[in-house]
Design a protein around this ligand. Structure first.
Ligand code: PLP
Length: 468
């Protein structure tokens, strides 16, 4: 399998190169040259497989030429053995044809673990084979940092330094990062804002001699391997609910459009996915696009579902490329217009093509609290604010009689206890593996908002593969 860039001016690459590259050299995102499809009979044969085995079957065509089946199977088995539920992504029934898919059984209790836990192992595998190492640097406002740290901790070929704004993350978020004491993990509490953290990371990547000396890398949300790993749970849910002989639909709380794009990819692979419903909070650029065909940038306001507080959805470019019939020049022109003017419109035909598959819904904070309260009262299930946006979207756009609708539950309610308590009067406890989080030892380094100090710290943080 080879991968092409959405912008059309980067060389086609194999899976391992796409994994390490992240963004394409022409600024585009990588997609498989062709979608590997399976017939109904082939899908039927995958029903009932344990999660890690299904993961191997679903991902194998994407890694072909870079990993053998045995290598992929070993990495998948090790990855998902560490999850807190034997079904890995269990389904919970909420109503006659409404289901929750729980994606919070990984170490940091949000769905990003499902891809990042595998990504850390894939990086390690490919780098070790090449005799290379990388230094992963990243900025976090709280959530993605812990998932990245958990993915990279104790990996032989990886060091990781994560910058968070000092005093501006929640205590749970900070402790999920700073209590990881592995020798290849460093946490920086930057004396500044989240934007300052991001600027520091950008400045390190822009410092080419430093970037090359450190072998800087990132594990951000546009990495193709993250999408690939996320396809698996959509396939698992669809097969469990009767696919390929019965269609299913998904509702997905959406920010950068990576998770819902994985569902779209599952559909491209031949699963009968009748509808994809995008859930937004008050930062509703995507909801406005699916309703009008116009993408128009707006300011970001903080909400109860912070992982969906986005101005631009970076992975949307992948869908746009498909809507352009993979015409990279047309796609590039739209992206250039967006960069220049903060808006673009697709043709009526493209908008119709999107609306055939996608629907969308927006939920403000007040309604989010109401959905959490109603769901707990009616079903006994407690959902987090992101999941509430997905659930409201599902109810607003039922897929039709006999078509089960599955809502992606992207975070454990205990990850957002303040909002859940406000809605229900009940404070959800952390799951057992995190129950002693507040007693654990923390390690972090406070640094000034100054590139010289940050780069010196990153340089000292390299373990060079030596002993712990
Ligand atoms: C990251 C995140 C999302 C948004 O997912 P995208 O792939 O960026 O669309 C939704 N919910 C939670 C809890 C998240 O952490």
């Amino acid at each position: 399998m080879r991968y092409i860039s959405t912008r059309g001016h980067a060389p086609a690459l194999a899976f391992d190169d796409v994994l390490l590259a992240g963004l394409a050299r022409d600024g585009g995102l990588y997609l498989p040259e062709t979608w590997p499809t399976r017939s109904a009979e082939e899908w039927r044969r995958l029903r009932g497989l344990p999660y890690a085995e299904l993961a191997t079957e679903v991902m194998l065509p994407f890694v072909e030429g870079a990993l053998t089946r045995a290598e992929l199977a070993a990495l998948a088995a090790e990855t998902y053995a560490g999850f807190g539920h034997p079904a890995v992504a269990p389904l919970v029934q909420l109503d006659h044809d409404l289901w929750l898919m729980e994606l919070f059984h990984g170490p940091t209790i949000a769905f990003k673990d499902y891809a990042l836990q595998l990504l850390g192992r894939l990086f390690d595998h490919v780098l070790t084979r090449r005799g290379e190492r990388v230094m992963i640097v990243g900025a976090t406002s709280g959530d993605t940092g812990s998932a990245a740290i958990e993915a990279c901790r104790d990996r032989a070929a990886i060091d990781i330094v994560i910058l968070h704004p000092e005093g501006r993350t929640s205590e749970v978020q900070r402790r999920q990062m700073t209590t990881v004491l592995s020798s290849n993990v460093r946490n920086v509490a930057l004396q500044g804002s989240f934007d300052d953290c991001q600027d520091m990371v950008k400045a390190m990547f822009a410092d080419v001699p430093f970037r090359d000396e450190m072998h800087l890398s990132a594990v951000n949300s546009i990495n193709w391997a993250r999408i690939m790993a996320q396809i698996v749970y959509y396939a698992a849910a669809a097969l469990a609910l009767g696919a390929p002989d019965r269609p299913v639909a998904f509702a997905v709380p959406t920010g950068n459009f990576g998770n819902v794009f994985a569902a779209y990819a599952a559909r491209k692979m031949g699963l009968p996915i009748a509808k994809l419903v995008v859930g937004s909070n008050r930062n509703d650029i995507l909801d406005r696009f699916f309703k009008s065909g116009e993408m128009k940038m707006d300011g970001v306001v903080p909400s109860l579902s912070p992982s969906m507080d986005i101005q631009i959805s970076s992975n949307f470019e992948r869908l746009l490329f498909e809507l352009c019939d993979r015409d990279a020049d047309r796609l590039s022109a739209l992206m250039a217009e967006f960069r220049g003017t903060g808006r673009f419109s697709v043709t009526p035909a493209m908008h119709r093509a999107a609306a055939e598959i996608f629907a969308s819904h927006r939920l403000d904070d007040e309604a989010t609290l109401a959905v959490i309260a109603e769901t707990r009262a009616a079903t006994g299930q407690t959902i987090d604010p992101h999941t509430a946006c997905g659930l409201a979207a599902a109810r607003a756009h039922p897929a039709g009689p006999g078509i089960p609708m599955v809502v992606a539950a992207t975070a454990h309610p205990a990850k957002f206890p303040d909002a859940v308590e406000r809605a229900t009067g009940w404070r959800p406890p952390l799951p057992p593996h995190l129950a002693d989080l507040f007693e654990r030892e923390e390690r972090l380094t406070v640094l000034p908002n100054e590139i010289g100090a940050i780069e010196a710290f990153v340089r000292e943080s390299r373990t060079n593969g030596g002993p712990a």
